[in-house]
Design a binder for this molecule. Structure first.
Ligand SMILES: CCCCCCCCCCCCCC(=O)SCCNC(=O)CCNC(=O)[C@H](O)C(C)(C)COP(=O)(O)OP(=O)(O)OC[C@H]1O[C@@H](n2cnc3c(N)ncnc32)[C@H](O)[C@@H]1OP(=O)(O)O
Length: 214
């Protein structure tokens, strides 16, 4: 049976300032016409490390000393696992991981699913449940999987466990990622970083390869 947090209750209009915000949120539950995700034939082999999105990525880039330095590995389906060790610079309350940092860990792990489908996508909506506090020095064992695809929408879910890969769930998230082209970054990113990334042949080759799906 699906846990209660999967239920997607109707979202009432929220009052903001003197007006009403009525834009509907996209449901995190895939529509009936959604299809199962397909593992790309050139996806990393099960257990193989998945490189970072980008060297300066706060979630997984090795060039960010205060980042999460997430190390993800491919699963045998359209899924990944990753570990994140909470360091003192990730605190919110004394001795505990900041909730936003934990959400980032979930988000970035979900973002690594791109490599399994050879699709570039960005977070459209991320809903996070915080179930247990996560102390500094804890290793958060993350796993994420794509559950369904509908057009450009990629429905996915992630959990973070403490005390080992089979330990209790501390955080979890449901998300909808939206497929984009490389132009999404080229047209919106700050020119300095875009130029640096575009002059790195490995980065460009990796990103472009995703645009040629069989
Ligand atoms: C060279 C460098 C390479 C680097 C590679 C890095 C890899 C990635 C790194 C990852 C790092 C880790 C991860 C990160 O941190 S990713 C960073 C955080 N996310 C973002 O910055 C995304 C910001 N948002 C946007 O850019 C746009 O709004 C996007 C591109 C998302 C959609 O705008 P666009 O104009 O394109 O879309 P559309 O209006 O034609 O709608 C298309 C469909 O999508 C549905 N929809 C739209 N919005 C949402 C939403 N919010 N929730 C749910 N659903 C949404 C919509 O209903 C429609 O469905 P349907 O009507 O067709 O059924």
């Amino acid at each position: 049976m699906r846990p209660a947090w999967h239920a997607d209750p109707p979202v009432p209009p929220a009052a903001v300032g003197s007006g009403l915000v009525t834009a509907p949120k996209t449901s995190l539950v895939p529509p009936a016409e959604a299809v199962p995700p397909v593992r790309h034939p050139d996806a990393p082999a099960p257990g193989e490390p998945i490189g970072s999105h980008y060297d300066q990525c706060f979630g997984c880039g090795s060039g960010q000393p205060h980042g999460l330095q997430l190390a993800a590995r491919a699963g045998d389906g359209v899924n990944v696992t990753a570990e994140f060790t909470v360091r003192p610079e990730h605190q919110g309350a004394p001795g505990l991981a900041h909730g936003g940092v934990l959400a980032t860990a979930l988000d970035d792990t979900l973002g690594s699913l791109n490599w399994l489908m050879h699709v570039i996508s960005v977070t459209g909506r991320l809903e996070t449940d915080f179930l247990r506090p996560v102390p500094v020095d804890t290793v958060l064992h993350l796993d994420a999987e794509v559950t369904a695809v509908h057009g450009r929408k990629i429905y996915c879910t992630a959990t973070g466990r403490i005390g080992g890969p089979e330990g209790p769930v501390a955080v979890r998230a449901d998300a909808v990622f939206i497929e984009v082209k490389i132009e999404h970054f080229v047209n919106n990113g700050r020119p300095e970083e875009i130029q640096a990334a575009m002059s790195d042949p490995d980065q460009v080759r990796r990103a472009r390869a995703f645009e040629v799906n069989p």
